[in-house]
Design a protein around this ligand. Sequence first.
Ligand code: PLP
Length: 385
Amino acid sequence: MNDHRAASADRYGDGTRAVRAGLPDPVKNEPPLPGPVFAAHFHLPGDVEGPYAYARDSNPTWTLLERAISELEAPGQDGVETVVFASGMAAISAVLLSQTRSGDTVTLPSDGYQALPLLQEQLTAYGIHVRTAPTGGDAQLSELDGARLLWIETPSNPGLDVCDVRRLVAAAHAGSTLVAVDNTLATPLGQRPLELGADFSVASGTKGLTGHGDLLIGYVTCRDPQLAAAVRRWRKIVGAIPGPMEAWLAHRSLATIQLRAQRQWANALALAEALRERADVTGLRYPGLSSDPSHKTATLQMSGFGSVLSFTLSDRAHAERFMSALRLVEDATSFGGVRSTAERRGRWGGDAVPEGFIRFSAGAEDTDDLIADVLRALDSADRHG
Ligand code: PLP
């Protein structure tokens, strides 16, 4: 086992693995993480051989990032492959569209990320049957019969329901249905879908994986070389490739994922506990709260519960007053970044959420500062109502 594989081994903790993930074996006078390789093509005299020929197919900067993500998604496991994409949606589309043909059936969550219905329309236009069921209560179980692919999003965005991945995988595999899990919210530090039996772990690395809100990237990780080859082929056809700079920034950011996650998850839990005491807050959801309906299932399969929580204020105006009273929390979409963000989710339309619904992503601020800011903004929103 060479040095970088040694660091990915199971015996190390997440922090050790994260700081070394994907690094090449040390070369004298070379940097530990080589810089981004900006190239459209590579020297290729004679026969077409070797790993790098044309940069829509492969790039050394992706290779290192792909290794790093594989090490985090499946520590110590050989043969796991990751394929990086230009965005989370590029990765999701690559799995759904490379694995299905006209006449196939796909089971999607009815409460997943808000671009899934757009994808559903496209799948339907290609003659693929789509069934949907909510994430909570493992309701997708009843929609599996004869399906080619089950798509799971757990915890779901923005409702934060959780389903039992092992249970769904067992039922799906009994009927030869492939299983993909969107691991965006949890990140590989919080949940490892391949270890739970899934065929694909798919995520937007735009969020908690990279955590700085400065790039878009996505990935697909899987164990079966044929599945990986199909996803790679899809990337080549569609060309939804990340730029070398984004790939390098993502890799650089991975080194701190454990530090960021620890602080952000602790902040999310502390905030959820503080909000639980408030009479003006209803519908509070955070899978890490022992009272949350998702908690029991989450503890079976998650090692951390993520940075996202949600709650509801009385109406749209109340939520808008709250949002504009925040000082340390940016009013922005997306989540998982080191700076806290929140938004009134209903402003987008498309999610089945009340007008006063807030999706909140805890950043890496000092816990006391963050909680004080949120409680002060809530008080101010109440006073001025
Ligand atoms: N999956 C989930 C759960 C998401 O929340 C998002 C984006 O918010 C995506 C996928 C899509 O990721 P991207 O914006 O990187 O395409």
